[in-house]
Design a protein around this ligand. Structure first.
Ligand code: 13P
Length: 288
């Protein structure tokens, strides 16, 4: 199956009251693990690529070609979107050229008028190419030096302005944070989410920072209009823990345990388990 935009899968998810997971990829193992799990569970899936991960994999063209080839070689039949995560203006154009099926333009750090102008321009380009665009209003908090206890919240009126431009999906800060949540995190702001939803109508909303959000909060967010949830750190932690265990148990020292295909296998299985668990919580299983 060819790459698809996130439009249909997110609109369906919004109507069906579930969410599609965006899982960020870093290399071949990550991609293979996520695609295999999505296929096994018959779930639509979004592969997220940050600009840093794109650079790590030698460039966005490498990523597109790898993903497209894997879809073919692995006989993947579920809908797969290849999506730029937190793209800069320049990064968006690079991904459009490289054959991604979706981009996120993160203009949240620009003054609202500049965010609007750039988002508008990119929407037009995406429309011509059959691609989807995710915009962001109100930056997603991140823990820095352990000081951030509360993620930022978007202004519902600004959300409306951006949604009305015709973005495919909208990321809006509701107290969510990238990475691990600090012990003093006060939870998602459902009051803000309700206000954003009331102003943005049928635009599917995106919840970033999916790592570590309690299941009941995830379910409530979905019931209030979230149709895409991003998960990155949790797969990294699962991979790290499984790899550490393999080495600490001395398995790399036994026989051909040093073979990268053996050394990386527990980490791959751990990513699969994490993706499976998330797809179950998000309710996307069997929705392909
Ligand atoms: P986490 O790393 O917290 O799961 O966040 C992922 C994300 O939102 C990517 O945009």
């Amino acid at each position: 199956m060819a790459l698809v935009s996130v439009k249909d899968m997110c609109e369906k998810a919004l109507k069906g009251k579930y969410a599609v997971g965006q899982f960020n990829i870093n290399n071949l193992e990550w991609t293979k693990a996520i695609l295999a799990t999505a296929e096994e569970l018959k779930s639509p899936v979004i592969l997220g690529v940050s600009e840093g991960a794109g650079k790590y994999m030698t460039g966005f063209k490498t990523v597109t070609n790898m993903v497209k080839a894997m879809i073919e070689e692995m006989n993947i039949t579920v809908p797969v979107a290849l999506h730029l995560d937190h793209g800069t203006y320049e990064g968006c154009y690079k991904c459009i050229e490289a054959g991604f099926s979706s981009i996120m333009f993160d203009g949240s750090h620009f003054p609202i008028d500049e965010n609007i102008a750039k988002t508008k321009e990119l929407i037009e380009v995406c429309k011509q190419k059959g691609m989807s665009l995710e915009a962001e209003v109100g930056s997603i908090g991140g823990e820095e030096d352990g000081v951030v206890g509360q993620g930022e919240c978007a202004d519902p009126d600004e959300c409306k302005k951006i949604a009305d431009l015709g973005v495919t999906i909208l990321a809006a800060g509701i107290g969510n944070i990238h990475g691990k949540y600090p012990a003093n995190w006060t939870g998602l702001r459902f009051d803000v989410l309700e206000k954003i939803k009331a102003k943005t109508g049928d635009t599917p909303l995106v919840l970033h920072g999916g790592t570590g959000i309690p299941t009941d909060m995830i379910k409530k967010a979905i019931s209030l209009g979230v149709a895409k949830i991003n998960v990155n750190t949790e797969c990294q932690l699962a991979f790290q823990e499984a790899t550490r265990k393999y080495v600490e148990e001395g398995k790399d020292l036994v026989g051909k345990g040093f073979d990268p295909r053996k050394l990386l296998a527990p980490g791959v299985e751990a990513i699969k388990a994490t993706v499976r668990e998330k797809m179950q919580i998000f309710g996307s299983i069997g929705k392909a």
